[in-house]
Design a protein around this ligand. Structure first.
Ligand code: SF4
Ligand code: SF4
Length: 278
């Protein structure tokens, strides 16, 4: 193992919880990164941050030394995907079907590195995290430090009052997040954001047949054929989906976003992955 990459890219639109953490807890993140670097016995520790977070880049650059370095990355989606990040930081491709360590790298999110610092230096278990609570329905969007187990309804009312009735509530970002059926859902250690979207931004478009335009193929940073993979996944043809790279899909949602037929490609892929894992 040669490099530990600390992922501060946070490329999903709306989400700013990692940015806030880097601004407020930079010393702790650096100590956590050095700790993990020592455990992994790496020669190089790189904190990778997108250039749309200039405050974090400047702050970290002023503090790092020794085996630590900061890399400013171009902002685009999905820059924060594990394999994409390795390519941007190290210029190495992780081959299909292989894991990041086979390319000499381990990627850990800044929130994970911060949690490692708190666990080891403070003896504090992971029972709280920073969550971005935002969306056009909320009058007072904010990044909140919340305990796991808190229902998202409490976060929404804290950031209210509501400007309009929510049309769609998503846990996570708009690209990789999961639409919720209600607000009686707890915050977990992986809850990076709660999006409360109104009629305009949260509308779900009607799906139609694939028109073979190829847009999904052009945006897939993993080099897959999302139209073929999605079609196999939708039909439950798991072996066919695996042949099209089911396990290599990052679930970034870029294919679904650009599809003019509103094909729910990433949803089918996620479901097929879950079925394949049973
Ligand atoms: S979600 Fe779509 S665009 Fe993203 S990696 Fe998977 S197939 Fe490719
Ligand atoms: S973007 Fe949508 S319509 Fe175009 S090829 Fe992909 S799945 Fe088909």
């Amino acid at each position: 193992m040669r490099t530990l990459i600390v992922n501060g890219a946070e490329c999903e639109p709306y989400l700013t919880s990692d940015y806030r953490l880097m601004l407020e807890k930079s010393d702790e993140i650096i100590k956590g990164a050095l700790l993990l670097g020592r455990i992994l016995e790496v020669e190089d520790i790189c904190i990778a941050v997108e250039d749309n977070k200039p405050g974090a880049v400047e702050l970290l650059l002023a503090k790092v030394s020794g085996p630590l370095r900061v890399k400013k990355l171009k902002s685009f989606y999905p820059q924060g995907g594990e394999k994409q990040l390795i390519k941007s930081v190290l210029g190495r491709e992780v081959p299909r079907g292989k894991l990041p360590f086979e390319a000499g790298a381990v990627v850990q999110n800044v929130a994970t590195v911060f949690a490692a610092y708190e666990a080891v230096f403070l003896g504090k278990p992971l029972y709280e995290r920073v969550v971005t609570v935002t969306g056009d329905c909320l009058s007072n969007p904010a990044n909140l430090l919340v305990r796991t187990g808190t229902p998202i309804s409490a976060l929404i009312s804290f950031c209210g009052p509501l400007k309009e009735e929510p049309h769609r509530i998503i846990i996570g970002g708009p690209m990789m997040g999961i639409t919720q059926a209600g607000t009686d859902v707890p915050v977990t250690k992986t809850t990076s954001g709660v999006l409360v979207l109104g009629k305009k931004s949260g509308r779900i478009l009607e799906e139609s047949a694939c028109i073979r335009c190829g847009r999904c193929v052009r945006v897939c940073s993993t080099g897959l054929l999302p139209c073929m993979l999605g079609a196999a996944a939708e039909r439950g043809m798991l072996e066919e989906a695996k042949r099209h790279g089911l396990t290599d899909c990052l679930e970034c949602g870029a294919c679904t976003y650009v599809c003019p037929a509103n094909r729910r490609l990433v949803q089918y892929i996620k479901r097929a992955k879950a079925e394949a894992a049973r």
